[in-house]
Design a protein around this ligand. Structure first.
Ligand code: UT7
Length: 333
């Protein structure tokens, strides 16, 4: 758990997002696998998702989101001192996604970058790392990107996973905010005993890509949906409680929760268990499905752009994901 020093705190000066143009509806999926719109909507809340075409470059989504965040922050590209990209599966195993986002943005050559893997909690982790580095005085302005092209490692013949995911990117410019605003606290956590709830075994150094790993479908996402569901609500509740306590805030003060958009039923169960009305929860899973590390900045970006989230609002961001990892950030917008 971390708490920024009082006075000026790091926060999000600009938020942006980008999604591919192609929309895949539940009706489209009915034609591919044995599923129905009714099943998908009632079990997940998802109506449609945006998917990259085969010839589209995932890093360009990150570039689009970053450009929007930088413009909204009102800063110049040359003022970004570090890039952190949260992602589950990078543009290439080596050198990852950051290099391609940096190149696409035409960022200065000396700017350092790295990828961060923390499942769907990646954006929360990356935001916390960025805030910590800024609080420590190491950097003044960090660009955090959540980039996910889950369609590229989804088994499109497996109805239990292919209906759940979408592609997107979100980005935030993190810098010291004016007095009273910024990140008040963050709580990061993980439980490695549950790593197998959500994993993609093939293509890493344990099972390098081979004809055998391909034949066994080891390059697809494997998920125990029920297992994730059961742990998710508990993890969201725990990290939110910890982060709010560290921020010295009560749940009654919370104006908005922007949760990771994995399943509407998970979000509703969290809201009910935590005692928060759904009117305070930002939800857009119906239009984008689960976009992993991009889901929080995508939802936040929409809610800021349409005026729901206003300066001074107390916001909780919370997520859970592969690892398993989980975490929450409390910030004054
Ligand atoms: O970012 C984190 C990533 N993952 C998650 O957050 C996933 C969390 N888990 C979930 O969202 C839910 O567990 C799912 C949406 C994945 C599944 O919902 P569920 O209510 O837990 O359903 P289930 O897995 O228990 O499956 C119920 C039935 C099964 O049939 P039988 O065995 O009862 O005959 C499945 O075969 O639904 C069947 N089913 C489907 N039917 C129609 C599974 N997928 C589909 C489908 N269409 N797409």
């Amino acid at each position: 758990m971390s708490r920024a020093a009082p006075s000026l705190r790091p926060g999000i000066a600009g938020i942006g997002a980008a999604v591919p143009e192609l929309v895949l509806t539940n009706a489209d999926l009915e034609k591919r696998v044995a599923t129905t719109d009714q099943w998908i909507v009632s079990r997940t809340g998802i109506h449609e998702r945006h998917i990259l075409r085969k010839d589209e470059d995932p890093a360009q989504l990150g570039v689009g989101a970053a450009r929007q965040a930088i413009a909204r922050a009102g800063v110049g590209l040359e003022e970004i001192e570090l890039l952190i990209t949260a992602t589950n599966l990078a543009e290439m195993p080596v050198p990852g996604s950051s290099a391609f986002i940096c190149q696409g943005l035409q960022m200065e050559r000396k700017v350092p970058f790295f990828d961060l893997i923390a499942g769907c909690t990646g954006f929360i982790y990356a935001l916390s790392v960025a805030a910590g580095l800024i609080s420590a005085g190491q950097y003044r302005r960090v660009l955090v990107v959540g980039l996910e092209a889950l369609s590229r490692f989804t088994d499109w013949s497996d109805r239990s996973t292919c209906v759940l995911f979408g592609d997107a990117a979100g980005a935030a410019v993190v810098e010291l905010m004016p007095e009273g605003r910024g990140i008040l606290a963050s709580a990061l956590a993980a439980d490695s005993s549950k790593w197998d709830l959500l994993h993609m075994p093939g293509g890493g150094i344990k099972y390098p890509a081979s004809p055998e790993t391909l034949a066994k479908g080891m390059h697809y996402l494997k998920m125990s949906g029920g297992g994730v569901f059961k742990s998710a609500v508990e993890m969201m509740e725990q990290s939110t409680t910890q982060a709010l306590a560290a921020a010295g805030c009560s749940k009654d003060e919370v104006d908005w929760v922007v949760p990771h958009q994995a399943n509407l039923r998970i979000i509703k169960a969290f809201a009910k268990r935590y005692g928060l009305p759904m009117a305070k929860i930002i939800v857009n899973i119906d239009r984008y499905a689960n976009t992993s590390t991009a889901s929080i900045p995508l939802a936040l970006s929409e809610a800021v752009a349409d005026g729901r989230i206003k300066p001074g609002d107390l916001i909780v961001l919370n997520a859970f994901g592969a690892g398993v990892t989980y975490g929450a950030v409390v910030l004054r917008w």
